[in-house]
Design a protein around this ligand. Sequence first.
Ligand code: LMR
Length: 396
Amino acid sequence: MFENLSPMPADPILGLMTKFREDPHANKVDLGVGVYKDEAGNTPILACVKRAEQHRIDTEATKVYIGPTGSPAFNQLMGELAFGQDNPALLADRIRTVSTPGGTGALRVAADFIKRVNPNSVIWVSDPTWANHTGLFEAAGIKVKTYPYYDYQNKTLKFDEMLAALSQIGADDVVLFHACCHNPSGMDLTNEQWDQVIALTKQQGFTPLIDMAYQGFGDGVDEDAYGVRQMAANVDDMILCSSCSKNFGLYRERIGACSIVGKDSHSANVAYSVLLYVVRCIYSMPPAHGAAIVETILGSSELKQQWLDELKVMRDRINGNRAMLVNKLIEKGVTRDFSFIAKQKGMFSFLGVTPEQVAKLQADHSIYMVDSSRISIAGIGEGNVDYLAESIAKVL
Ligand code: LMR
């Protein structure tokens, strides 16, 4: 049976991790996968996570099955973190949340949920979007189409074109938005633009699916959730997929959440029953460890404050790296305008060089980035920015 298989190419993002690890170059630079790194290039475990894990070791009483919903405490706290405690949708009991194996697990649950709600739904994703979105939805049997988003030429949003495209989408379809820190472009909607998008969503009646993988990496935990909160307060139905991989540094614990907002409490309950059915059919129940860490942190005012402080350190370092790279490129005599990098948000930006230049940076300088020239800003540091800027200058 297997002799008819042909090999799949390596994943465009994850494949870079392997290549980078195998490269013996002393000055190699990893701008590939979206993982936070400190100045030394490490991804340490947050101190608040260590404390929460110790608490779990001391208090965990059983390893019995947790059930398809995952931990109710985690689900409630994650709902509050994403939607805000005073969100009208939360106060009206319109939101149901399940714990999922990472943000990708949340997206797959959402995909299977959509397929069950309307097998003919098309999901519209931004052009460009996270490399795994398309494969993930297609794997669930959902047709994927794109709406205009990033203007590669001018390094801005194609906002008018985006609105024009959204105004052609009907009530049977789903539109995927990035809550903040757009992956891969770093170009986010302003609050005013969110308001326009939400008004259009309401007018057209399509279902918004918001992917929030980087809450707290843009401007702050509350600021980054503006679109999510306003959308939930203003539309009847909505899906939110969130991740604790980056903001809690829990990458390999695989913990995230999928929330469904229904038009009222009854319709939220019905949607929830479908969600639980979907979960049972994919992986039965989510892993518990990451959720236990997050609920311990969010449930303690002291640990939560420590987490917010640690998150700010990560956010500030990334924003600092943005400015540092732009200035260093000028210092190295690069005349092309890279100032857009300092204006964008979150973990990523497109450097805006050709695939040939990306290949040259990797082959000649051991600098790793996705073929599209997406760079993970966290991989930059004071120790490598000179080498990085010099190499970019040479390749340009
Ligand atoms: C990324 O875009 O680099 C991250 O979201 C990691 C991944 O799974 O692709």
